[in-house]
Design a protein around this ligand. Structure first.
Ligand code: PNS
Length: 166
């Protein structure tokens, strides 16, 4: 039986779609660890520490009961984090068939590495088109991203002049 789930991702920045999945996971599992991981395949906008802070603020603004922790992980495999905290399940949000194609190899590798299962969770369809990369692009070109991100992220991006890369 598993009572702890890990919701990993780049979260650069966290979107309303991510938040929806985090909220759903928090109703299913006793404890949810949202883990910010550096993805070397992606060009980062926000420092990892800022991503963690924004998730913490966005989660607390939703009023989710206090079973969500936010952490970062940069010292090895994601399954090492899972093993450290005793999590047997990774939860990933799936918006489309493209997400299934992207996530499936990672899910199988994580299971082979450490017997950590991945559960796919569907966000509300209203978030199906929302992605961090789209938010980064629209925000970078001066567009309005308020429909796609938590308010704290919108406010941060409005005032942000620091686009340092990790
Ligand atoms: O939001 P993303 O960028 O799609 O998340 C992908 C992420 C960061 C969860 C994935 O790249 C990951 O788990 N990286 C950690 C390194 C690792 O464990 N790799 C092997 C199994 S995929």
């Amino acid at each position: 039986m598993s009572r702890i789930a890990v919701v990993p991702g780049s979260f650069d920045p966290v979107t309303l779609g991510h938040l929806d999945v985090i909220q759903r996971a928090a109703t299913v599992f006793e404890e949810v660890h949202v883990v910010v991981v550096h993805n070397p395949d992606k060009h980062a906008l926000l420092p990892i520490s800022r991503r963690v802070e924004l998730i913490e603020q966005a989660v607390s603004a939703t009023g989710i009961r206090g079973n969500v922790r936010v952490a970062s992980w940069s010292v090895g495999l994601l399954v090492d984090y899972c093993t450290d905290v005793g999590a047997k399940v990774i939860v990933k949000g799936i918006r489309s068939q493209a997400d299934v194609t992207y996530e499936t190899p990672m899910a199988i590798v994580n299971r082979n590495l450490a017997r950590v299962e991945t559960m796919f969770m569907l966000p509300d369809p209203s978030h199906a088109h929302v992605s961090s990369s789209l938010v980064r692009q629209v925000a970078g070109l001066g567009g309005d991203v308020s429909p796609y991100v938590p308010r704290v992220v919108y406010e941060y991006l409005q005032g942000d002049t620091d686009t340092s890369i990790e």
